[in-house]
Design a protein around this ligand. Structure first.
Ligand code: GLC
Length: 470
């Protein structure tokens, strides 16, 4: 099968969140299963010159977006056997930053239309267009409204994957005709223009990134208003758990960590802890359990629970290292905690992949109490580095982490969105931590857990096959 994977970000070119990890690793895994999977993304000004140097110009054409006629160039690069296409338009994409502009709705409408047009000009005829999140949600809408009459497009199937239902591409209705150039009613929902709703209706298949989240988004608590629509289309909704790239996330070869280690040399994980504590200015006295947190500082990550009981963690003799940036309330809270407990709490504000890896390797437990979590990748990365996850049982966290109380457990879980329940789970981890032989077994067990794409790539293949049969 030939799949064109459409995403607004992909590693190794640019990343702001988990979508880039998926777009940078699932296509590779699918190619391993004899498919041809290529990726298309915008050519952002922020893509580093050394990555740009790998690209070559392919072609250019004009994209019609309502009354606009916009230039579109296409570049191409091959990384690890995967072909990436880049949509070039400097007015839309040569800016510093990738999202958060007043005209994001127009920028990604342009991108989506350009992707559909591009198929005419390149030598790749996809069987499936696999779109991701609201930024690419108009692809199936344009395809169905304007291109189906052309033989080239008649049989192309579409898949739309929801990585996070909170961001839907929601605007005033006037956007639909004036900017998107779509007929009224398409990409509209509840009197608003809504890109994601458009994709749910227009795509052949809708998937999300874990089976539990696929069930959760049928419920108003999780769905940010889209649950009635998803219930209506639940017949084409599937949940497939993400994997992680186990080649780049590998403590045996990771050049970002202080000392590499494997399941058999897991003792060297301790060296990573000591060096991390030293670099972060944390005390090495006693044998404090080091809690790592790497996250966007957004409320759905469960940070209010952490805020609520934070001093108790320190009173119980733990140390905490936090890396992340985002909402001001959390940045200022963690700054305050680091100032209050200078040798027990360290906070670095930012998106620093190199430090993130040091935290995955050097922490004892990894805390991820998300209010909702479509899949979550950090808990799987921490397993791979032998850092025991403490997670709330929701979405992909529920599907990837089994509580130690159950057989074959790999982490600690709690159910209710309640700070004391979370604290209870952390305390259970801490008593386990001081039972050294048992803790060492837990580390090894975590490291042996298979979080690779192997199983998921197989499930994607069956889903594509099912869709091709429709
Ligand atoms: C989004 C979700 C996260 C998921 C990622 C990749 O960032 O919030 O849970 O892991 O997409 O699918």
């Amino acid at each position: 099968m030939r799949i064109l994977y459409v995403a607004s970000e992909a590693l190794p070119f640019i990343a702001s969140g988990g979508l880039a990890d998926v777009a940078g690793s699932l296509p590779k895994a699918l190619q391993g299963r004899q498919h041809i999977c290529r990726v298309v993304m915008p050519l952002y000004g922020d893509i580093k010159p050394e990555m740009r140097a790998k690209m070559r110009f392919l072609c250019d054409f004009t994209v019609e977006l309502a009354w606009r006629h916009q230039y579109c160039g296409v570049f191409e690069a091959t990384i690890d056997g995967v072909v990436y296409y880049f949509i070039d338009n400097e007015y839309y994409f040569r800016r510093s930053g990738i999202y958060g502009f007043f005209d994001d709705g127009e920028r990604f409408a342009f991108f989506s239309k350009a992707v559909v047009d591009m198929i005419r000009y390149i030598d790749f005829r996809p069987d499936i267009l696999h779109c991701n999140d609201w930024q690419t949600a108009l692809v199936p809408c344009y395809l169905n409204c304007y291109y189906r009459g052309d033989d080239l497009y008649r049989d192309i199937k579409t898949v739309f994957t929801i990585h996070n239902i909170q961001y839907q591409g929601q605007y005033g209705r006037e956007m639909v005709e004036d900017v998107l150039g779509l007929p009224r009613g398409v990409a509209e929902y509840n009197d608003d223009c809504n890109y994601m709703a458009g994709a749910i209706i227009q795509s052949g298949m809708v998937t999300t990134v874990s089976p539990t989240y696929a069930r959760e988004i049928l419920d108003p608590w999780f769905a940010h208003g889209l649950d009635p629509l998803l219930r209506q289309y639940s017949w084409k909704l599937r949940g497939i758990l993400n994997g992680i790239d186990t080649v780049t996330y590998n403590p045996e070869t990771d050049q970002s960590i202080y000392k590499t280690y494997s399941v058999s040399t897991y003792q060297d994980k301790a060296v990573n802890k000591q060096r991390l504590q030293k670099d972060m200015g944390l005390s090495q006295m006693g044998d404090a359990m080091l809690v790592g947190i790497v996250t966007r500082l957004a409320s759905h990550k469960g940070l209010d629970l952490i805020k609520f009981i934070f001093p108790k963690l320190i009173e119980e003799g733990m140390e905490v290292v936090i890396l992340g940036s985002g909402e001001y309330v959390y940045e200022s809270f963690f700054n305050e905690m680091a100032a209050t407990y200078p040798d027990k709490v360290a906070f670095r504000c930012g998106f620093i992949p190199d430090l993130a890896r040091k935290i995955y390797a050097g922490s004892d437990v990894f805390l991820m109490p998300s209010k909702s979590e479509p899949c979550g990748l950090a808990q799987m990365v921490s397993l791979r580095y032998g850092t025991i996850p403490v997670v709330r049982k929701t979405g992909g966290l529920a599907d990837s982490i089994v509580d130690m109380g159950d057989s074959g457990g790999t982490g600690y879980t709690f159910q209710s969105y309640n700070a004391h329940d979370m604290f209870g789970a952390i305390k259970r981890a801490q008593s386990h931590y001081y039972d050294k032989p048992a803790w060492e077994r837990a580390i090894q067990n975590a490291m042996k857990t298979d979080c690779s794409w192997a199983k998921s790539a197989k499930e994607y293949t069956s889903m594509y096959e099912e869709l091709m049969g429709w």
